[in-house]
Design a protein around this ligand. Structure first.
Ligand SMILES: Nc1ncnc2c1ncn2[C@@H]1O[C@H](COP(=O)(O)OP(=O)(O)OP(=O)(O)O)[C@@H](O)[C@H]1O
Ligand SMILES: [Mg+2]
Ligand SMILES: [Zn+2]
Length: 400
């Protein structure tokens, strides 16, 4: 049977959890000293090891030799948890069990002590999805559960958790996995799978996975199905529909230089080749970061382009059509080069005004209507508007 890499390579103990040194250290010490809080909250982005760690905690607590940081992997409890079917480890998907009735059912089931193990471990994934009523029902239990109960809550969105619950948890913050570690992990998997992969191919996958090892493993799955036993950079580019790095640079250069014709050509090529827009945004933003570091273009120009693309990427993630977002962003970013800085405009206004006061410039009077509108505006919040109103109250200067 073909098992996807993400399942096949799920970490089995703390030493196999990659890129989360702080979390691992806290857990190792807590288990070693047998000072295990009754509620953990594992928080962090997608695919960085939260569910895996929740299971590792359960295994460490319930192993026949436990609590231990080296679960034996052979006892009944270890085996069952590895297969995702431990009787004393109850996994609940918070997203599909949101209601208060479900919370009450959990509380009810806690009356019965564990059947075979030291602890009954409740793992609630995506816990932020519970309703407020469900959280309230659980609050008291979370604060003082029976001695044999441990909770491991996991969430990708801690902001949505009620503070009352947060204050009762030991929070473990999971981070995105650094690219070099992802690359190393990918090459290790390839070795185990007896596949040769070029380093730059692994690097491209790790740069596209957004810090998520699960994403990286899924991308690797896709490339392996496409290529077989030897994987080159070109294979990854083709299987994932990504533009070559050199082309990314050429497209970005055309944008930063405001070369609309060239940009149009690139957009047509991207559309006709069916390039994956999500990865394209990823690669463009990374290239922009490199340009910023290497000071390839004037700072305000490149930051302006980054701002346009970053917002566009967010729009796309929120569901707006990728091709439309890309096209709009590319044209908008082309204009950044010709934008005038507000400081320059103000400087010019100041100079012109000085000349006018000295009677040297042209000046047209208009009715003093603006005085009234000035009164209605809360100009303190808009220093530029405030300045202009103060300086030009009732006047229009010829050149403006
Ligand atoms: N820190 C990690 N160390 C080793 N493998 C990892 C790590 N993070 C993710 N993985 C790999 O990705 C797979 C999925 O990880 P896991 O389910 O633990 O992520 P998660 O943080 O719970 O994601 P989600 O928020 O989407 O539920 C694992 O089976 C494993 O192959
Ligand atoms: Mg998970
Ligand atoms: Zn064991």
């Amino acid at each position: 049977m073909c098992i996807v890499l993400a399942r096949k390579y799920r970490p089995k103990n703390l030493s196999e959890i990659i890129g989360q040194p702080v979390v691992v250290r806290i857990l190792e010490n807590a288990i070693r000293m047998n000072r295990i809080p009754h509620v953990f909250l594992l928080s962090g982005p997608m695919g960085v090891g939260k569910t895996s760690t929740a299971r590792v905690i359960a295994k460490s607590l319930n192993c026949e030799k436990g609590p231990t940081i080296h679960p034996c992997e052979t006892c009944k409890s270890c085996k069952e948890i590895n297969e995702g079917r431990g009787i004393d480890v109850i996994e609940i998907d918070g997203a599909s069990n949101r209601k208060v009735e479900e919370a009450r059912r959990i509380i009810e089931s806690m009356k019965y002590p564990p059947l075979f193990s030291l602890y009954k471990v409740y793992i609630i994934d995506e816990v932020h999805m519970l309703t407020m009523e469900a959280f309230n029902a659980l609050l008291k239990t979370i604060e003082e559960p029976p001695q044999y109960v441990k909770f491991v809550l996991a969430t990708t969105n801690m902001q949505k958790m009620p503070p009352t619950v947060l204050s009762r948890c030991m929070i473990l913050d999971f981070k995105k996995i650094p690219e070099l570690l992802v690359k190393k992990h990918i090459l290790e998997i390839c070795k185990k799978e007896q596949i040769t992969m070029q380093e730059d191919a692994a690097m491209l996958i790790s740069s596209l996975c957004e810090g998520s090892l699960r994403n990286a493993e899924m991308l690797l799955d896709r490339t392996m199905s496409y290529c077989g036993k030897n994987i080159s950079l070109k294979d990854v580019e083709n299987s994932l529909y990504v533009l070559k790095e050199g082309n990314i640079q050429a497209f970005l250069d055309a944008i930063v230089n405001g070369n609309v014709e060239e940009v149009e050509k690139w957009l047509e090529k991207i559309e006709s080749k069916g390039v994956d827009i999500f990865y394209l945004f990823n690669m463009l933003l990374r290239r922009i970061e490199i340009y910023i570091k290497e000071k390839v273009y004037p700072m305000e120009q490149i930051i302006g382009v980054m701002d346009v693309f970053y917002r566009a990427f967010m729009d796309m993630r929120a569901g707006v059509d990728g091709e439309v977002v890309l096209r709009t962003a590319a044209y908008k970013a082309c204009m950044v080069k010709n934008l005038v800085k507000i400081e320059d405009v103000l400087e010019e206004i100041k100079t012109t005004n000085k000349l006018n006061k000295q009677g040297m410039g042209k000046e047209h009077k208009i009715e003093k209507k603006t005085t009234q509108s000035k009164g209605n505006l809360q100009t303190e919040n808009f220093p530029v508007v405030k300045y202009i109103l103060e300086e030009f109250d009732g006047k229009i200067i010829g050149r403006l």
